[in-house]
Ligand binder design. Structure first.
Ligand SMILES: Cc1cc2nc3c(=O)[nH]c(=O)nc-3n(C[C@H](O)[C@H](O)[C@H](O)COP(=O)(O)OP(=O)(O)OC[C@H]3O[C@@H](n4cnc5c(N)ncnc54)[C@H](O)[C@@H]3O)c2cc1C
Length: 793
């Protein structure tokens, strides 16, 4: 069942039909397209911020042309090309990085100077432009006609589309979906449901106790009178720094914006179809000013139409897709941040498979709804985040950019104490965590740049201090799960690819794999007792990892799983001096013989259990200390008082990330994911094919071992000083793109620029003439046999 007959619901319906799924029913409360889809501008931009999202969007340009042929319904699809304008040098860097994405994906993207822009679109004011990017495949489509084509194709495959059928509630009980209740009181049972009700999805989900981080606002565009001398076809024009876009419409121009002060709007069950809000000229004034500035010819034109309708945004301006945690069978595809028309093709294709198979067909982590903290579904948070959610669609996508609104969602037990020591906080996952510690006054703010980062000196100082003495890292956001019960070991053995039949007190790094052998999670598992395990995962993947574990729990009550993340603060104490400090603060014997690497000890603080793990993500001698919240502050104080070396340092997230690169530690989400196997990521050491238990993904790994594999991740050194490595940078051999950077940065202890690179064909690794493209410049790249630093044990 699909709820919602907009572009998204209809595309999913058609793709389910194409897959041969029978018994598909789509329910639309009014007429098809009567929500948001009917009034979209219809811009189709295939080039997106990441490779996977570009691949999804690229499918639109293929499908929209085909649909016309397939259904006989004219979709108004037209390739016009598009120009992305840059007013500043920094924006040009961003566009050069985007062009590299275009090159990797096979799109035709080309950098333009102001004169070349003028030659393609003479009405554009170019005297204040640094340049731009031409994308050949930028297109437009008529959204209503596109929806009609989807509908026609879906019906032809036997899908039933039922209009005037409003769903009033979704029947969810005992962790599963049962069906829906309609406005006339009828019930319809279903086994799987996709909530694709656009702006109304949040409210429907809330009715069955599910919080969705969706926030709606008034979204508008203006249509001018006929403008003389428009090029034909008229390219899509995005003035990113002006926050506006143009597209041609039968000789007129459509002018829209991603404003910094959007007007919030609340969806309600009783909303009329084809909803339009009042014209709001005050709200539209900045857009109009920016539009006249960019295309002065429109100053003399009348406005023939003021379109103001609802659109839904998300906290990170990326849509919500996937199965709802804790509710099998209930899927969501909503929150399209004003790109739902172009997205509908790819989303329909992958959602149809996701629904049919119960598993995403490719790595969709960037848009998976499990990436967002459930606290983000709160009204107050969403209202505080809304302006950035909208504005960020076009605003500078600075490296390491931090949100301003909706901060302080989660703070650690010692937040104030760390702030007093100069912590500069960021909140990439909702948790406030120190990015670095300011020592000088001018270090206390994150100043954005595409070149030298303002925090490099601080992170360098912190990383070096850690390797010379000892430093504290705030690690509280780590996900912490406890697994216990007589069936605990047997269960974990079927889930994890490593052998976890460890002696009590021992720790092992392990991976959760899918049936394809792809990596769904990386975890550190400690066996606390015969029937008790402590599992630690990344902060960003807490809800995904928890759900994966929950879904695989066996019946029968032999295994108990608890999320203990919010009960413990975590401190990393790392560096050569950490042993003495740890020993003094915990009372534990921390000598190698008594507390070896990869082992754990429970110790008491005021009668409460704390846990120390001898591990290190930074490559120095070190401990992770798991402290019950009530004791956390006092313990940190004690540690600092005990600091007889007087040299204990504070180190932030940026130093941590730089250190892990130097020892060759990959991290999930960038360097590995559901489409990568352990062998492809040099993580074969974590796989125990010979353990007695079978485990998910084992068969796929056996097959891969037999037939070999093609792509290969490698740690590489970029032979240049102080380059800014992020991820997605292409790697070349001559003119051929042979790989891309999955994560990178400066190694401050080894003084090298390091990048994990996924090479698409291992056969290329015999070569030595690699180059990496960073914002249009190429630098030599050397594949390393060993990471520059060996981790201390
Ligand atoms: C001004 C403006 C310009 C835009 N320009 C573009 C653009 O150029 N390119 C682009 O790609 N995107 C653009 N968009 C965004 C695009 O319109 C949306 O992202 C897209 O239409 C979302 O589609 P949807 O199917 O998720 O939602 P909708 O089209 O809103 O569909 C949801 C459907 O669910 C139905 N529904 C709601 N509640 C229930 C219920 N209880 N029971 C049954 N049915 C229900 C609604 O009636 C509706 O038909 C623009 C949006 C706006 C507002």
């Amino acid at each position: 069942m699909i709820v919602g007959g907009g572009a998204i619901g209809l595309s999913i319906a058609m793709h389910l039909g194409d897959l041969g799924v029978s018994d598909v029913l789509l329910l639309e409360r009014h007429q098809l397209t009567s929500g948001t889809s009917w009034h979209a501008a219809g811009i189709v931009g295939p080039l997106r911020a990441s490779m996977n999202l570009t691949r999804l969007a690229q499918y639109a340009i293929e499908l929209f042309a085909d649909l016309q042929q397939r259904t006989g319904q004219d979709t108004g699809y037209r390739r016009t090309g598009g120009i992305w304008l840059a007013q500043t040098a920094a924006r040009m860097v961003e566009l050069r990085r985007l062009k590299a994405m275009g090159d990797r994906s096979g799109l035709h993207a080309e950098m333009l100077g102001p004169r070349e822009i003028a030659s393609r679109f003479a009405l554009v004011r170019c005297d204040d432009l640094a340049g731009g990017l031409w994308v050949e495949e930028d297109s437009q489509v008529n959204p209503v006609d596109l929806c009609m084509a989807y509908a026609r194709a879906a019906r032809a495959q036997g899908v039933e589309l039922r209009e005037n059928s409003a769903v009033t509630s979704i029947d969810v009980a005992d962790g599963g979906l049962h069906g829906v209740v309609l406005a006339d009181g009828r019930r319809i049972n279903c086994r799987r449901l996709v909530l694709a009700a656009g702006a109304w999805s949040r409210q429907l989900a809330a009715g069955c106790g599910i919080g969705l981080p969706l926030v709606a606002c008034e979204h508008m565009y203006l249509v001018t009178d006929v403008v003389d001398d428009l090029p034909d076809p008229c390219p899509i024009l995005r003035d990113l720094d002006g926050g506006i876009y143009f597209k041609g419409d039968n000789g007129k121009l459509v002018l829209g914006a991603f404003e910094a002060n959007p007007k919030p709007w609340q969806a309600a069950a009783g909303d009329a179809p084809f909803l339009m809000f009042d014209e709001d000229w005050e709200q539209a004034a900045p857009m109009l000013d920016a539009g006249i500035h960019r295309v002065p010819a429109i100053a003399d034109q009348g406005i023939t139409h003021f379109m103001n309708g609802p659109e839904t945004f998300t906290p990170d301006t990326r849509q919500l897709m996937g199965e709802v945690p804790g509710c099998r069978g209930l899927f969501v595809a909503a929150g399209f941040n004003s790109i739902g028309i172009v997205s509908s093709a790819g989303v329909g294709k992958v959602m149809a498979r996701w629904v049919r198979d119960g598993a995403a067909p490719m790595d969709l982590w960037e848009v998976d709804l499990q990436r967002l903290d459930p606290l983000m579904a709160g009204d107050e948070f969403l209202q505080r985040r809304l302006p950035e959610a909208v504005h960020n669609q076009f605003a500078m996508h600075w490296p390491f950019k931090q949100y301003r609104g909706g901060r302080d969602l989660r703070r650690s037990a010692w937040h104030q104490r760390l702030a007093a020591r100069g912590a500069v906080f960021g909140a990439p996952t909702g948790w406030e965590r120190p990015l670095w510690y300011a020592v000088e006054a001018d270090e206390s703010a994150l100043r954005y740049s595409h070149e030298r980062q303002c925090w490099w000196p601080a992170a360098r100082r912190e990383a070096r201090h850690c390797s010379a003495h000892a430093s504290l890292f705030e690690l509280s956001p780590f996900a912490k799960f406890e697994v216990r019960g007589p069936g605990a070991l047997a269960w974990l053995q079927t889930l994890c690819c490593s052998d976890l039949d460890l002696a009590a007190g021992r720790i092992r790094y392990t991976l959760l794999l899918n049936e394809r052998g792809g990596i769904e999670a990386e975890l550190t598992v400690t066996r606390l007792a015969a029937d008790r395990f402590w599992i630690v995962g990344g902060a960003a993947t807490r809800f995904k990892d928890l759900e994966w574990l929950r879904r695989h729990l066996p019946d029968g009550g032999l295994v108990e799983l608890r999320d203990r993340t919010d009960e413990y603060a975590v401190l990393g104490l790392m560096g050569p001096a950490s042993r003495e400090l740890m020993q003094a603060a915990s009372g534990l014997d921390c000598r190698d013989t008594a507390f070896p690497f990869a082992s754990a000890r429970v110790f008491a603080i005021d009668g409460t259990e704390a846990l120390a793990l001898r591990l290190s993500y930074v490559g120095e001698l070190g401990w992770e200390v798991y402290l019950p919240l009530a004791q956390a502050e006092a313990w940190l104080e004690r540690l600092l008082e005990l600091d007889f070396t007087r040299q204990i340092g504070m180190a932030g997230h940026f130093a941590l990330d730089a250190c892990r690169l130097e020892i060759g530690f990959r991290h999930w989400g960038h360097d590995m994911g559901p489409d990568d196997t352990p062998y492809e990521c040099e993580l074969g050491f974590a796989v125990a094919l010979d353990k007695r238990s079978d485990f998910i993904g084992r068969q796929a790994l056996l097959e891969q071992q037999e037939r070999g594999w093609r792509k290969q991740s490698k740690l590489c050194r970029v032979l240049a000083d102080e380059v800014l490595l992020l991820h997605e940078e292409p790697v070349y051999r001559g003119t051929r793109i042979v790989g891309h950077c999955t994560s990178g940065g400066l190694g401050f202890r080894c003084q090298q620029a390091l990048a994990f690179v996924m090479f698409y064909d291992r056969a290329d690794l015999v070569a030595t003439d690699f180059e990496i493209g960073i914002a249009g410049e190429r630098y030599p790249l050397a594949v390393l046999d060993q990471p520059p630093r060996r981790p201390a044990r």
